[in-house]
Design a protein around this ligand. Structure first.
Ligand SMILES: [Ca+2]
Length: 427
């Protein structure tokens, strides 16, 4: 075994190499071939235990490229060792390179391993990306559709706003129109109602049976009448059939069921039953005829069913009288016509006499004398409130007499005195 110590030739380069059993051959820096070095080194050492000659070490001129040459000629060829003092020591770098290479290899291996995973991941990612791209595409389409839809909606919204404005305007106009129309209708209705009330008041308050008939009632019967200035009115029987109807009955005799031999107050206020025998009353007859313009009709029948009538075109009681009772309810009658003959004209102008109020022109009380109550003069030609003696009688002129038809000794079966305006609406 031997060892060399190669001294440094250059202090600046300061390269020290120990060559022990291992020869460090550095023929060309930085290349390295250890196997070649070892083979050459064996030349320097003993070969099969045989001692060899000492090598010759020489320095070389600078231009030769090698600083030191070690030569042994035993093998025929010199071995030159070129030591370049400028050759840097790359050992650390080799370590670093090896470490780096190792790291690179590891990294490459890892990378390759990861690459597969990454490839899978990338593939997966690619697929997902594809799907996501598809979604994005769809979303973009939807967004575009939405954009277009929004445009349409904006247009429609504008249209609706315009329509709303128009409707508001129309409603406003309509509201004003409705208010005007309502006001107009209300005014018209109010006017019509007042006119209707004015027109209907006579119908609602008939003055007599002709007004009742004028209101459309054509049936005989009992109705309320309200003569002018008689606000309370009273009940009367209306004859709606005889001679055109519209007759207000003021007296009836038909069966003797009612006592007619009564005093003043009874004849003033009336008595009997309206549907049967009755006297309406002087005050009521006055109320009906006080302004004139009435006609009188007297229907009569005997017990042989013979009938007759007397008509007077002018009839009134107490006409224009301020106090008719005090004036005695004087009779005014004129213009006879009929079938029974006139038995009343001689009584015209006479006041009414009852058994308890003598207002006749006789020295006696005609009412008491002839058992009745009437517009007696020097007694009578008719006595329709006399006794109900049922036909012919022996006594003189004290029955229900109409002398021009049946004389003074025949008491008639039926008498009905009735009045109506001589000038009637529609007549
Ligand atoms: Ca008298």
């Amino acid at each position: 075994m031997f060892s060399w110590v190669l001294q440094c030739w250059s202090f600046t380069s300061c390269l020290c190499i120990f060559v022990t059993p291992v020869c460090l051959s550095l023929p060309l820096c930085p290349s390295l071939d250890l196997s070649v070095c070892l083979s050459h080194l064996s030349v320097f050492a003993d070969r099969d235990g045989i001692s060899v000659s000492s090598p010759v070490i020489s320095t070389n001129p600078k231009e030769s490229g090698a600083l030191v040459t070690v030569s042994q000629w035993t093998a025929g060829e010199p071995i030159s060792i070129f030591l370049d003092p400028n050759c840097p020591d790359y050992s650390d770098n080799f370590l670093q390179w090896e470490t780096l290479q190792s790291s690179l290899m590891q990294a490459l291996t890892n990378h390759n391993e990861e690459d597969w995973e990454e490839r899978g991941l990338v593939q997966k990612l690619a697929e997902e990306l594809k799907v996501l791209l598809g979604h994005a595409h769809n979303l973009r389409l939807e967004a575009e559709q939405l954009k277009r839809g929004q445009g349409v909606l904006d247009q429609r919204l504008d249209g609706l706003q315009s329509e709303q404005s128009r409707i508001i305007q129309v409603l406003s106009d309509t509201h004003s129109s409705v208010i005007n129309t309502t006001t107009s209708v209300y005014d018209t209705l109010s006017l019509s109602l007042s006119v209707c009330l004015c027109l209907s008041s006579p119908v609602v308050k008939p003055r007599d049976c002709s007004d009742v008939m004028a209101s459309g009632i054509l049936q005989d019967g009992v109705y309320s009448v309200f003569p002018t200035h008689d606000l309370n009115g009273f009940m009367v029987y209306c004859d709606m059939t005889t001679d055109g109807g519209g007759w207000t009955v003021i007296q009836r005799r038909e069966d003797g069921s009612v006592n007619f031999f009564r005093g003043w107050e009874a004849y003033r206020d009336g008595f009997g039953t309206t549907r049967g025998e009755h006297w309406l009353g002087l005050q009521r007859i006055f109320s009906l005829t006080r302004f004139g313009g009435f006609e009188l009709r007297i229907d009569m029948a005997d017990f042989d069913n013979a009938t007759a009538f007397a008509h007077y075109g002018d009839f009134s009681v107490g006409r224009d009288s301020v106090n008719p009772e005090e004036d005695g309810y004087p009779l005014n009658v004129d213009q006879y016509s009929g079938t029974a003959g006139d038995s009343l004209l001689k009584h015209s102008g006479m006041r009414f006499t009852t058994k308890d109020r003598d207002q006749d022109q006789s020295e006696n009380n005609c009412a008491a004398y002839y058992q009745g109550a009437w517009w007696y003069r020097n007694c009578h030609t008719s006595n329709l409130n006399g006794q109900y003696l049922r036909g012919g009688h022996a006594s003189y002129a004290d029955g229900v007499e109409w002398s021009s038809w049946t004389g003074w000794q025949y008491s008639l079966r039926f008498i009905e005195m009735k009045i109506r305006p001589s000038t009637r609406p529609g007549s």
